[in-house]
Design a protein around this ligand. Sequence first.
Ligand SMILES: [Zn+2]
Length: 510
Amino acid sequence: MPSASDPSYVSWERDEARQFLILKLSDDLKAGTRYVLEMTYSAPMPNDMRGIYYSKYTSGGQTKYMLATQLAPTDARRAFPCFDEPALKATFNITLVRPDYLTSISNMPIVDSSSTFYENGITYVKDVYAKTRKMSTYLLAFVVSDFDYRSATSASDMIAIPDFAAGAMENWGLITYKQTSMLYKPGVSSQINKQRVAVVVSHELAHMWFGDLVTPAWWDDIWLNEGFASFVEYMGVDHVHPEWNLFDKFVVQDVQRAFAFDGRVTSHPIILELNTPDEINGAFDTISYSKGASVIRMMRHFLGEETFRNGITKYLKALAYDAAHHDRLWQTLIKQAEEDGKSHIDVKAIMDTWTQQMNYPVVTVSCDAQTPGYLSVKQERYLEDPTAVDPGTYASPFGRIEGECDNDVDYDDDGGGGGGGGDGRSFDGVCGSCGGSGGGDDDDDDDDDDDDDDYDDGDGDDYEEEEDYGGGNGGGGGGGDDDVGGCGGSDYDDDCDDDGDDDDLEEEEE
Ligand SMILES: [Zn+2]
């Protein structure tokens, strides 16, 4: 109950850069005390595909209107006042008032529609929704339309919206899609459309765990959402359509795409400081999606399928309905590796170099005629244009030294490692003087490497297994740049696929 000693509202002001509404009170708030803030508010509803907006379409020669939402990443604040940050999870009670000839849907099922009222010739219905799970604001959603609505018996409803900015959005329990990302018609849609729909649906369903259940504490770790969803989308489709061999496309669609973007001095680390909504929106790019997915795939390889899967499962269970930081992921995987007898794999040491500095290394392995029995291993930072000048926006925290680093490896030692120290470890030590800028690539450990791609030849020749990175060396070096790099930074609204060619393949779903 409010008491006379409680602070009272005095005035408000806005912080435009940070999009904060600041409420001034008559007195300081006391830590540990529960306060109730009530406010009424209204906002315009434009057709700008952000916050709550209206969408327009034609049906039977008539123009029709519907209401939809897109609150990610920073537009829940446009819909209603809230602490609009991913770590500040809460439960939400939503009530939508609609004309009786329309339907409404939201994250949760409707529990009561019995209340109605009549105004200006229209009967309105109040749809009261069940309280949501504990969740982030950006995952709320609702749609009011004249669509026939079939209540899903599964965990999530799905709807295609005529005006939609991203490829799709993983709102918890109500996934929203651009029409081309969801609608498929046999005899009309192409096979590539079919795969595209399957991949996007799989991506969004992956987000039910990576993003909805476990959410990055801040947007600087958005790759924990988008990298994982972009990786798990392959697993989901591969499970349903193994004959598509979708994992064969991973290197082309994600690894090479990441190489093209990340081989430039204008790239950025996977994890980087983000403060303003503009910076946050800009982070939904090729680095978060494709490089994120590629380094996750690399982890799966060097940890082995069982260790990777068990570690990720524990990470999701431990942080359910909570917020995550990448260090927590490393800790969980390190512990799992120890339990599985792979204590030599220091996941954090490996992955920090891949996530906290931009670009990637090229490793060149060659035989040295002067010293038989030895391989010469050389590692250097790859740049598509070796003469490009790094603007220095993102200095490497690992003291990466520009130029080459050279060392010899006694490969005779490699075979006797007994699954522990020998295999692959020689690579880690090779470039110690270079600050370990690429030490993580010990893809050649002895784990059962039952990866679904066909690029690992499995012939036991460890030195051939650098395929991801050797591929980048060759592929990027040609300079035959496609439009992949140009899409970076605008993936969030997939502008780069507005070429009308219907291939949709360059789009990103959120
Ligand atoms: Zn996504």
